[in-house]
Every structure is written in C-alpha cells, then in structure tokens.
Write a protein that binds this ligand. Sequence first.
Ligand SMILES: CNC(=O)[C@@H](NC(=O)[C@H](CC(C)C)CN(O)C=O)C(C)(C)C
Ligand SMILES: [Ca+2]
Ligand SMILES: [Zn+2]
Ligand SMILES: [Zn+2]
Length: 162
Amino acid sequence: EEYSNAQGTRWNKNIITYRYLLYTRDLPRSTVDFLLETAFRVWARASSLTFVRMHSHNADIMVEFVTSDHGDLYPFDGPRGTLAHAFGPGLGVGGDTHFDDDERWTTGKTGFNLHVVAAHEFGHALGLKHSRNPESLMYPTYKGHSNYLSRYNWSSHPWLSG
Ligand SMILES: CNC(=O)[C@@H](NC(=O)[C@H](CC(C)C)CN(O)C=O)C(C)(C)C
Ligand SMILES: [Ca+2]
Ligand SMILES: [Zn+2]
Ligand SMILES: [Zn+2]
C-alpha cells in the first residue's frame, strides 16, 4: 500500500537519508543490507536522488521489519496477504517503510524476494503510485523476480527520470 500523507507526493530535496531500525531473522544482516541497498540503487540510478545511510537519529526513510499491530494505523496480517507498506514523502512517518516479518524473506525465487519488494516499497517512499502495467515494478501484486525496470514508464514521473 502507499499511504499518502499531508506533506505531499515528492521530496523537495535530492539527498534522502535512511536508517534500518529492526531486521528480520530470516536472513543475515549483511544480506538484508545488500538487498535493501541495491533496492535504493535502483531508484538512485533512475533519478537524480542520492541515498545516505544513517546509524542514529531520525532519517527520512526509517526501515523496519514488524508484525501485526506495530504502532501505525495499518497493522499487518500474518503470513501472506499484505507483504509490506510505505508512506509517501513527508516529515515524521513520511517515507517510512515497514516489512511484514510474518513473511519468509529470501534472496531467491522461494518465499518473498526482499530486493523486489523493497524496490516496490521505496518507489512509494519516493512518491510513486501503483501502475496498471503488470510488468511494472509498481504493480500492486507480488510477481517475484521480473525484469521490471527495463519497461518502467518513467515519462509519468519526470522528476525521477534523472
Ligand atoms: C502476495 N501478496 C500480494 O501480492 C499483496 N500485495 C502486497 O503486499 C503489496 C506489495 C507487493 C506488490 C510487493 C502491498 N503494497 O502495494 C505495498 O506497497 C496483495 C495483492 C495480496 C495485497
Ligand atoms: Ca502478511
Ligand atoms: Zn504498493
Ligand atoms: Zn506500518
């Protein structure tokens, strides 16, 4: 889901900070770091944005793996169903990205591929909405590994086309 918030639909700066708050136990931390960094890089390559990792204080995009009710209005639903959600750009909760830790997060074709889901969620964190194009990264249902970005129509998001 993409939850728009009062602050609007895009960041008004090119340097976006992020911080990992809570990890999943499904994968080693170094693997989670790699899968999430490469998901940020997908968007960095496709835009004029730079992502900077923070290890303390508040960052624009706070990332955590949580389950069920986790302090926002959108509790997760156990295994399967909703996999993750992210808030659109803005202060406070804006940009924050939550992964349902009742899912089995993986690097491959079994379970749910963390890189693919993170790339979708970070799209929302940058202000992107869902696409009706089944090949698109921003398609609303999980489709595993697909060469999504090659066919993503950047024309609808000029500020992201770098
Ligand atoms: C397997 N389960 C699904 O395909 C579910 N879809 C999701 O969990 C979306 C994320 C995927 C596309 C990575 C939710 N979303 O849009 C977050 O920004 C349902 C279609 C069941 C809702
Ligand atoms: Ca779920
Ligand atoms: Zn979505
Ligand atoms: Zn949440």
